[in-house]
Design a protein around this ligand. Structure first.
Ligand SMILES: [Zn+2]
Ligand SMILES: [Zn+2]
Length: 582
């Protein structure tokens, strides 16, 4: 029985259909190919192939050309339903398809043909190949069959596809821009951090320059928290596993925990969260309602298991430092406290120069602790706090953590990509499990309400977002070197060193380039290092007590007195502005 079904020719269908066309092209070029699967993605499609040889970038060009021929010849996509027996015969030399056939519960299976290519597929597809609009093949990657490292390694070709040539070009430009800003690339070029196979994947080593940025972030963070009544604490990196059994982490969060280590007959684990240490500190005293809210803040390093395949630079790691805090308060104080956290989160987003953000309210997941009633109350409070703060939000059903609902804030970088930032969670579960209480006005013990929150996320991911947002050209207050002082000749070195010392005494990160290199080379180096300001010092500058200022963009400013530059840069750093008022 043959039939042609009318198909909805939307973008996803078009992208998936392009995967079929790519498969046909690959088959015509490498007839020994074994086909795995070829779904649509958010921006295009891919197909996994088992091939007799490794693909090269040149192959992509050849495949692309063949695809264009197939599209031009307007081959119809034709559906045919057949018994599994017939399908097994049809795909007898396609082991992956045979495996897929066995997993289809129905009696009959659907196949689709276009041109010389036949695939096992439920559809839908576009009616014919000419409906495939603008596309491009972009990369080749290795992928295990079924994502299982014990199964064969296949070759995956990724393509992108859009409705129009313009949409495709815009997307490719954004990809290119994203590649230029990739924090893994810039992290190396700017000497910010490294990861080491010999230390283990997903474990970040912060270099001196990355550490300077981190310290600037941390100092600002600590100051703003102190102003808002937070108290800074430090807690250990390991704790007895029993503590995590009481908390529910052992039961609900097991897949993210590392195996226990034994110390004197007791099992300990690396902490995946900082909450429990803060609870223990809280519980060292009887707390009165008069003391609440109590806000413990910690730049706390935590360790969570992530599969090595999903690790990515600084943005997905196995050990990271959260800018964490836990607020212990009465139920009545919850809403106010959340509003204050939202304000602080907005201050952070603004100060670091992100201009737009999106807010999500994540509700109860499948695996959860606590009663339905508690979940409902907590969700309501978060919702009200957002409404009162006039922050628009969308609901993300089922995406909360096991102990409570949460607000997630994602900020957008300069090229419109979203980064996971602040999170705010309400929790009635841990206070119950650990019996965390306060003595109320009535002289009775009451259970506290607890808020878990970060306003940046983690130091690692936040540095990744800053690096990509600014393309490595950090605002002056964050730049590892703020001023490069470049003497024109060796005889200007003493004077350059004097300016360096004066700026450093003001807390400005100034550095003389004392190498006996050509001036242009030294300027070029400072530009590559993305140093915001270069002071060029020659005879004239020394005679007039002026400086000649160059920006990392290559722009040259009018020379001016050293004193006025010194004042301006001090103010810019203090006020955390992006550029100097000169
Ligand atoms: Zn298909
Ligand atoms: Zn917590």
């Amino acid at each position: 029985m043959k039939q042609q079904t009318p198909e909805s020719e939307n973008l996803e269908t078009m992208r998936h259909s392009a995967a079929h066309v790519m498969a046909e092209a690959v088959q015509s070029i490498l007839p020994a190919v074994k086909f795995a699967i070829g779904p649509a993605t958010d921006t295009g499609f891919y197909y996994d192939f088992d091939l007799p040889r490794a693909l090269t970038p040149e192959d992509l060009t050849v495949i692309e050309t063949k695809m264009k021929e197939i599209i031009a010849s307007d081959e119809p996509f034709v559906r045919e339903d057949m018994s599994k027996k017939e399908a097994r015969k049809l795909f007898s030399d396609q082991p992956y398809k045979l495996e897929l056939i066995e997993e289809i519960p129905e009696e009959k299976v659907a196949i689709y043909r276009q041109g010389s290519f036949t695939d096992l597929c439920r559809g839908p597809h576009v009616s014919s190949t000419s409906k495939i609009k603008a596309f491009k093949l972009v990369s080749i990657a290795g992928a295990y069959w079924r994502g299982d490292e014990h199964r064969p390694m296949l070759q995956r070709i990724y393509g992108v596809a859009f409705e129009t040539k313009k949409a495709l070009d815009d997307y490719l430009t954004r990809l290119e821009e994203a590649a230029k800003r990739d924090h893994r690339k810039l992290g190396k070029e700017l000497d910010l951090f490294s990861l080491h196979e010999e230390a283990g994947p997903g474990l970040v080593h912060w270099h001196p320059k990355g550490s300077i940025i981190r310290r600037a972030i941390e100092d600002f963070w600590k100051d703003e928290h102190a102003k808002r009544g937070y108290e800074l604490v430090y807690t250990p990196h390991i704790a007895k596993v029993d503590l995590w059994k009481t908390s529910g982490h052992w039961e609900f969060y097991r897949e993210n925990l590392y195996s226990p280590m034994e110390i004197e007959g007791q099992e300990y684990i690396l902490k995946p969260m900082n909450c429990l240490g803060h609870i223990l500190i809280y519980k060292t005293k009887l707390r009165s309602y008069r003391e609440l809210p109590i806000r413990f803040a910690e730049l706390g390093t935590v360790y969570r298991y992530e599969r090595s395949g999903v690790l990515h630079g600084l943005s997905r790691v196995r050990g990271f430092t959260q800018d964490d805090a836990h607020i212990f308060c009465s139920f009545d104080q919850l809403q106010d406290e959340i509003i204050k956290v939202l304000e602080l989160a907005r201050l952070m987003i603004d100060t670091f120069g992100f201009t737009s953000y999106k807010v999500m309210l994540s509700t109860r997941p499948e695996k959860y602790a606590g009663s339905l009633d508690m979940w409902e109350k907590a969700t309501k409070i978060l919702e009200q706090a957002l409404t009162l703060s006039k922050i628009p939000f969308t609901v993300d059903p089922g995406e909360g953590v096991f102990y409570g609902p949460k607000i997630d804030i994602k900020f957008e970088d300069a090229i419109g990509r979203a980064w996971q930032g602040p999170t705010i969670q309400v929790d009635f579960n841990l206070p119950q499990r650990f019996n965390v209480t306060f003595v109320g006005e009535d002289g009775q013990e009451h259970q506290v309400a607890m808020i878990h929150r970060t306003v940046l996320g983690s130091m690692e991911r936040f540095l990744a977002s800053l690096t990509e947002h600014y393309g490595g050209a950090f605002p002056v207050w964050l730049a590892p070197v703020q001023v490069a002082i470049i003497p024109v000749a060796d005889r200007h070195l003493d004077y350059a060193s004097k300016l360096e010392a004066e700026l450093q005494s003001d807390g400005v990160r100034a550095k003389v380039d004392a190498r006996s290199e050509r001036l242009n080379l030294k300027i070029r180096q400072a530009q590559l290092d993305k140093v915001p300001y270069m002071l060029i010092i020659g005879d004239k500058e020394i005679a007039d007590s002026t400086v000649s200022i160059r920006l990392r963009s290559g722009e040259q400013l009018a020379s001016q007195s050293f004193d006025s530059f010194r004042k301006a840069i001090k103010a810019a750093i203090r006020n955390k502005v992006k550029t100097l008022e000169l």
